[in-house]
Design a protein around this ligand. Structure first.
Ligand SMILES: CC(C)(COP(=O)(O)OP(=O)(O)OC[C@H]1O[C@@H](n2cnc3c(N)ncnc32)[C@H](O)[C@@H]1OP(=O)(O)O)[C@@H](O)C(=O)NCCC(=O)NCCS
Length: 176
């Protein structure tokens, strides 16, 4: 059994590391902007997707990362794609689509990716939160289903943000 002193030392260490993590995230937060993706960002988006998803584009049933990047900036086709920019470089992307399901509309998150060098700083979380904010504003308070498909090793990331598993590989949450 652990002694009382050992437990309070462990808790102290945990608190310190949480404080350090928070201040790192705060500093990172100030260094990027999250904005809608437009045509000039295609190259940057394709790069982030390519370095974030292992294997060939064909594995994901898409023609090329460049082609996918072009597709996801087409907001006239029900896509909403946001990017995080730091020093004029795309360092993160979230791409989602509005599906007109009834009675509850669905916004399906198709891609979330953060450049390897920018991971662990809260950017993935910030991108999801930004989409949630957009959904809340755009659907004026109506409940919307947010869904996504992901590999099991990423599920904890989404669980922390309020998503729950349903079906094989699918996760969802409702905005209220
Ligand atoms: C998954 C991904 C988007 C996370 O982005 P990120 O900016 O590193 O995430 P955050 O810094 O916001 O992490 C938030 C929390 O989730 C945790 N987390 C991050 N990635 C995780 C993962 N793959 N599995 C479990 N937990 C994860 C972090 O440790 C952090 O936890 P904490 O708040 O307790 O410290 C990023 O790792 C990525 O681009 N991966 C490759 C592409 C991919 O797999 N995308 C998702 C598939 S749909």
């Amino acid at each position: 059994m652990k002694k009382k002193d050992d437990i309070s030392e462990e808790n102290g260490k945990k608190r310190k590391s949480q404080v350090a993590k928070n201040s790192k995230r705060k500093a990172a937060n100030a260094s990027y902007r999250i904005v809608p993706a437009i045509l000039k960002d295609v190259e940057g988006i394709a790069n982030v997707l390519k370095e974030s998803f292992p294997g060939d584009a064909s594995y994901y049933k898409i023609r090329s990362w460049q082609n996918e990047a072009k597709k996801i900036i087409k907001c006239n086709k029900n896509w909403l794609s946001l990017i995080a920019i730091s020093d004029n470089e795309v360092i993160g992307i979230i791409a989602s689509r509005h599906l007109k399901t009834k009675p509850t509309p669905t916004v399906r998150i198709e891609w979330v990716a953060v450049s390897p060098s920018a991971r662990g700083l809260g950017l993935g979380t910030a991108l999801i939160e930004e989409i949630k904010k957009w959904v809340k504003d755009s659907f004026s308070g109506q409940t919307v289903r947010l869904t996504l498909r992901t590999r099991s090793e990423n599920q904890d990331f989404y669980r922390k943000l309020g998503f729950r598993c349903y079906g094989s590989g699918w996760m969802k949450m409702r905005t209220d």
